[in-house]
Ligand binder design. Sequence first.
Ligand code: KIV
Length: 272
Amino acid sequence: MSIAKKQYKRITVKSLVEMKANNEKIAMLTAYDYTMAKIVDHAGIDIILVGDSASNVMAGHETTLPITLDQMIYHAQSVVRAIERCLVVVDLPFGTYQGNSKKALSSAIKIMKETGGHAVKLEGGEEISKSISRILTAGIPVMGHLGLTPQSIYKFGTYTVRAKEEEEAGKLIEDAKLLEKLGCFALVLEKVPAKLAAKIAKTISIPVIGIGAGAEVDGQVLVMHDMLGMTHEFNPRFLRRYLNLYDEMTGAFKNYIKDVKSVDFPNEKEQY
Ligand code: KIV
């Protein structure tokens, strides 16, 4: 059974709005390198997010804060070289857009010029509205990100579910409406109650892409390394693992080591 309602040769920000209008869910995954991006694009993903989660899964940092603009650009360049169909969204890293809209614009322009990516993503609502507006004046599409915003981890102190209380939920709804009004083409909602996420997805016309935000939103995003089971110390309730690559890869590496040590590899057919 085909679930896609319309075949898109290339996904654009317009296709995504159309998909929401047609009730077609949007599938988004992170990727940070050429080989993985090629596979996920050929599989038919709608959006690749070059997430600042690269700071965690690629570089081994505890948070997303240390990754730099140049490091994000390196990852995004590798991804863009691989893709033929999907939309590529690149995270603006911590410290490159908050509190200074001119700096935000120059960070976004650097990403667009040097990577060939199609859009940028920023974390936050009202407090970064000037940065979002200025980036949009340059014709750069902006994806918003509300709810759990990992770049503000030290403000909240934990990675628990956001907006469970009425006051925070109210601010979240207002921020989502503001991002739509400013001109964002889509919004990521991370780790918020499913009912609240559903209400926001119904209230605003731009696609809402959830991670830990339930099924009644317009699409889903996961971190590739988590859904492939390459990471195994991270086990939030929202994560569905489609493979257990940590164990499978460990088995393959062990077999290789055994074969080298026992001189089983290479055999006669594997040499010149
Ligand atoms: O950086 C990232 O991977 C993200 C997703 C979790 C949405 O922002």
